[in-house]
Each structure stands twice: as C-alpha cells, then as structure tokens.
Design a protein around this ligand. Structure first.
Ligand code: SF4
Length: 158
C-alpha cells in the first residue's frame, strides 16, 4: 500500500483551508493503491490553522529535541507536530506502506526541502518532522515532484 499526503489527494486540509491537488496522486487513491494521511490533523490541529515552520535545522533535530516548530504567532507547536508524526508512523506500519509520497516544503511532510523558519518564503534542505520520523523507521519517502519524475514511483495504472 502507498501512503500519500491528504492535501495531494485533493483534501482541503492545508493550513489555509486549501488543498494541493496532484492528479496523479489522487488517481492512486481512486484506484485504491493509496491511503491518505495528514499529520497535522492527526496532531490535533484544525483547518484553517496558523502556518508553522521549523526553527533551527530540520525535522531530525526536532525529533532529537534540538529544534522547535513554531507557528506564525510565535506559539510553540512542537509537541503537536511530533504527535502527528507518531500517529502517521503508526498508520504507515499498519498499512504496510511500501512507498510514501508526501507534500514537499511542509514542516511535517517535506522530504527534501522545508521553509527556513523565518516565514519569508525561503527554503532550505531538510525533512519535515513526519518525513524524518518515517525515514528513521526505515520507510522510503518521496515528494510529489519525485513521484512525477519517476524516482521510485509506483505505477498509477490499474
Ligand atoms: S500536514 Fe502534510 S498532508 Fe497535512 S496539509 Fe500539511 S502537507 Fe498536506
């Protein structure tokens, strides 16, 4: 089974109440090859919510207690991001995820690039908190861009 970010499948779960529909990803769900997960909703957030970024390094550092996730108002939301990551990991294990396609740039789902923690739109290399935890547990995580480019991508044909 494939695990994908809910917003890529067209669910309106982003912080701003929108989705990040990716038609190829949605087809995986429609063909019952993939199930959706939104770590931030699993962490207890609603939609819409304040945007958040990792302050200081990446999701790996958050898991190690060396960095925080802070929302745009300055509130520390680290614990909720970790909770969401742990719940997403449980789901990945439960469904036996062979491939995981997560939304790039998110502080939860980013798997190679994330925002730099200064809310200025600039990105840095790094994993979001959920991607970091999944990778730490041996799962392969790719972005929607890698999926389109065919890097480790599952087929969407039925
Ligand atoms: S946490 Fe992941 S699935 Fe949820 S809205 Fe953000 S990028 Fe999409």
């Amino acid at each position: 089974m494939i695990l994908v970010s809910s917003c890529l499948a067209g669910l309106e779960v982003r912080y701003d109440g929108n989705h990040s529909l990716h038609s190829k990803v949605r087809r995986l769900v429609e063909h019952k090859k993939a199930v959706t997960v939104c770590p931030e909703l699993l962490g207890g957030f609603g939609t819409p919510r304040e945007p958040a970024e990792i302050i200081g390094e990446s999701g790996e550092d958050v898991l190690d207690g060396n960095a925080r996730v802070v929302d745009k108002t300055g509130k520390d939301v680290t614990a909720s991001y970790i909770e969401g990551a742990e719940k997403a990991l449980e789901i990945a294990k439960r469904v036996g995820a062979t491939t995981i396609i997560l939304k790039e740039n998110s502080p939860s789902c980013g798997s190679s690039m994330i925002y730099n923690g200064e809310f200025n739109g600039k990105k840095v290399v790094g994993d979001g908190v959920t991607s970091a935890l999944l990778k730490r547990n041996g799962f392969t995580v790719i972005s929607e861009k890698q999926f389109v480019e065919g890097n480790g991508s599952p087929s969407v044909e039925s």
